[in-house]
Each structure stands twice: as structure tokens, then as C-alpha cells.
Design a protein around this ligand. Structure first.
Ligand SMILES: *Cc1c(COP(=O)(O)O)cnc(C)c1O
Length: 410
């Protein structure tokens, strides 16, 4: 049975799950029967299709979303002494990407209603970084749950300070943001950012097993990303530095020759993974549509549970929802989150917390001390992600809501 089968009635509902069907399986099998397993023509097709879907000039595939973020930091040449502004409510990888390059993480607070970093929070983080003597180089806003940050506002701030923007769009494959001019633009189009980073981990909106992508409209950044994704190797004769070694007597480039101006990594995607990603990309609109239907149903069915349980705040645009997050007043329920999660689990409902603020992690506390980020604490104190994946039925949504009702009941 393929993994897009609907959950059996009464079966445990995880907070997220991939939807892989026989067509996806056939696409992967076709690659396995072919000549290329690692990066080859299917990776190229996936990159081209992805660039077209999000409306970017370049898309560079890589091993996972974490590698995508690291590559973006490498392409910007983040170094020790530099800083990257990262909202504290995100996955570990957004912050760690800066540390991989030796740069510091300037943690920003978030809006406690949406979990998103706005301009004011980014400005405060920049001020703290300035005070610490760090050279702030870039902002890394996170489109949490698939909801777009106000990129126009952040881009205005970044422009004034000559900062780059790396969008962590790992939750936002297929999402559209509303510009201040009122247009809907796909996340990843990079109209106001240097780069956007995506993940195709199975809990995300489309799955490649593991997989990542960086989009950009900047040719130089795309060239750097392509270099760093594969050992730092250069095979373009026009870029060779050691002319004597590179060229034969007749002036042609030596056929075996390559150069490494700077070390990179082996962060390549495989054709096996790209086949799954490409097949899934063709279903993105359907997935996003189904997720939006379920979000609307949750919103409607949960309304009577407010204010103790209510949907997280909305930022506009047209999200391809990755998560459905509710904010819960646990004190009003008379139980803590662990008890609430256990109670939901007993009723077959999985849930998850996105995220423990990253600045609280022992590693970052040892490095930066205790930061006061009340918006992140407010979000963390209340957030809970409910099951949301395309194979769920309306009845499954209702079952989750019924389980939540039992939390509020006598
Ligand atoms: C999943 C995720 C990542 C990392 O992606 P992987 O593909 O798991 O490496 C980074 N940032 C955010 C916000 C994510 O959700």
C-alpha cells in the first residue's frame, strides 16, 4: 500500500506524513533502472521545474534543507565576526548554518501570535549584534508553518543596512506572499531576497526522502552555490586560474582538468531523490489545496473552543500550509502541555511543538547567555501543531477537534 492511503478510521494520526503514490514509486523505479543514480539529468529536470514553479532564475538542488541553508551562508561568504539574524522560533538548522561558517547568530524575537519575525524584531536583533561588535551581514526570516513573513518590510530594513536576505522557506514550498502592492508572489521567487532555501524532508509539503533546494536570481550566487554543493570544484574553463596546468599546447582545456578555488562539500542530491521530488512537485497544487481545505475546516470547527484553544495568527498571502498550529491557554485548561499531548495521544492524535526557541538550547546559552525574547517565549508557551497531511479526511479533522474538546470539557 502506498503512503498516500487515507488513515484507517481510528488509526493514530501523526502531525505530518508524506503522501507517496504509485506514480511516485514508478518515477523512482525508472531512475533505478537507468544509468544515473547520483546527481544527473533528473536533478537538472527537478531544478528546472522547481525554478519555474517558484519563478526564480536559478534553482540549485542539494542534500537537504540544512545543506541549503549552509550553502546560502557560504555563497554570501559569512565568516567569523559576521552575524546572521535568525528568529528564535525555528528549527535548529537555521541558526546552525551561520555557526558552520563561524558566524554568530543574532537571535530575533517573534510575534507571539504568528511566530514570525517582523521588522521591529529584526531591528532589535541588529541593534544587539551591533552592540556586541558583530558585523551583521544577513537576515534569515523563516516562513513558519508555510505563512509568509512580511518580506517587503524586512527587505526595506535590509536595503537600508546593505544586508542580504536568506529566506528559510523549508515550510513554504508552494506558498504565496502578498506584497505591499497587493500582488501574490510565490515564495522562492526571490523578488526581495538574495536566496530562498527549501526542504523536501518527508514531513514537509513535498517529499524527496531527504532533499533541499536554493533558489536565487543572482548568477554569481548561483555559481557559488553550484561550486560549494560539490567539493568547491570548478570545471568551467573560463574560470581556471592556473592557465599552464589547465590548457594544452593547442590552447584547449585539458579534458581531465578541474580546479578548486575554495573547499566545498558533498551536498549533492541524487537522481533517485530528485525523481521523487519531481514527481511530488507535480502534485504540489493538489497538496496545497487539500491542506487549505483542512485548515478552513479546523478554523470553523475549533471556533467554539476559543479563547482557551484558538488558531495561531495569520499573516496574509496564500499559504501552502505546512503546519496547523493552535495556541492553547494551558492554565485555563488546568493542565500543562505534556498532559494535554498525552491526552491527545490516548485518543490517537499526534501533536508536536514547533519550536523550542533555539536561543534556549544549551549550546547557544553557553555562547550568548540568557536572552530576553518574550514573543518567542509566549509562542513557545502556547503553541501546539495538530495533524495536517493530505491523506487525512474531513472526518479525521473532526476527530482531532473532538479530542481537543475533551481537553476543554469537564
Ligand atoms: C526542516 C527544516 C529545516 C531543515 O531541513 P532538512 O531538510 O530537514 O535538513 C530548516 N529549517 C526549517 C524551518 C525546517 O523546518
Amino acid at each position: 500500500m502506498a503512503a498516500d492511503a487515507p488513515p484507517r478510521p481510528g488509526a493514530f494520526l501523526p502531525y505530518g506524513r508524506q503522501a507517496v503514490d504509485e506514480e511516485d514509486i514508478a518515477a523512482v523505479a525508472a531512475v533505478l533502472r537507468g544509468a544515473w543514480l547520483t546527481q544527473g539529468p533528473t536533478v537538472t529536470r527537478f531544478e528546472q521545474a522547481f525554478a519555474q514553479v517558484v519563478g526564480a532564475r536559478h534553482a540549485v538542488a542539494c542534500a537537504n534543507g540544512t545543506a541549503a541553508l549552509h550553502l546560502a551562508c557560504l555563497a554570501l561568504d559569512l565568516k567569523p565576526g559576521d552575524a546572521l539574524v535568525v528568529p528564535s522560533v525555528t528549527f535548529l538548522a537555521t541558526a546552525n548554518a551561520a555557526r558552520y561558517c563561524g558566524a554568530e547568530v543574532a537571535f530575533a524575537d517573534v510575534d507571539p501570535e504568528t511566530g514570525l519575525m517582523g521588522r521591529a524584531q529584526a531591528e532589535a536583533a541588529i541593534a544587539r549584534a551591533d552592540a556586541a561588535g558583530w558585523r551583521v551581514r544577513a537576515l534569515a526570516p523563516v516562513h513558519l508553518a508555510g505563512q509568509a513573513v512580511d518580506l517587503d518590510a524586512l527587505a526595506d530594513l535590509a536595503g537600508a543596512r546593505d544586508l542580504a536576505i536568506i529566506e528559510d522557506a523549508c515550510h513554504a514550498v508552494g506558498s504565496r506572499k502578498a506584497t505591499h502592492a497587493g500582488d501574490l508572489i510565490p515564495i522562492g521567487a526571490c523578488d526581495r531576497s538574495a536566496m530562498a532555501c527549501f526542504s523536501f524532508h518527508p514531513v514537509k509539503t513535498i517529499a524527496a526522502g531527504e532533499g533541499g533546494m536554493v533558489t536565487t536570481n543572482d548568477d554569481a550566487l548561483a555559481g557559488a552555490l553550484r561550486r560549494f554543493v560539490s567539493h568547491g570544484m570548478v570545471r568551467d574553463a573560463a574560470a581556471f586560474q592556473d592557465r599552464n596546468a589547465a590548457f594544452a599546447a593547442d590552447g584547449g582545456a585539458n579534458p581531465w582538468y578541474y580546479e578548486m578555488p575554495q573547499p566545498g562539500f558533498n551536498y549533492r542530491l541524487t537522481d533517485i531523490q530528485a525523481a521523487l521530488g519531481l514527481s511530488q512537485l507535480g502534485k504540489l497544487d493538489r497538496f496545497a489545496h487539500r491542506r487549505a481545505e483542512m485548515v478552513a475546516r479546523y478554523d470553523e470547527r475549533l471556533a467554539p473552543l476559543a479563547p482557551a484553544i484558538r488558531p495561531a495568527g495569520r499573516s496574509g498571502g496564500r499559504p501552502a500550509w505546512h503546519l496547523y498550529v493552535v495556541l492553547i491557554d494551558f492554565a485555563a485548561l488546568g493542565m500543562d502541555r505534556a498532559a494535554a499531548m498525552a491526552c491527545l495521544r490516548e485518543q490517537g492524535v499526534g501533536s508536536q511543538v514547533h519550536y523550542i526557541p533555539v536561543h534556549r538550547q544549551p549550546y547557544y546559552r553557553a555562547r550568548y547567555g540568557d536572552l530576553d525574547l518574550p514573543g518567542a517565549e509566549g509562542w513557545y508557551g502556547a503553541c501546539l501543531s495538530l495533524p495536517l497531511f493530505p491523506a487525512m479526511s474531513d472526518g479525521d479533522v473532526d476527530r482531532v477537534v473532538a479530542a481537543l474538546e475533551r481537553l476543554t470539557g469537564p
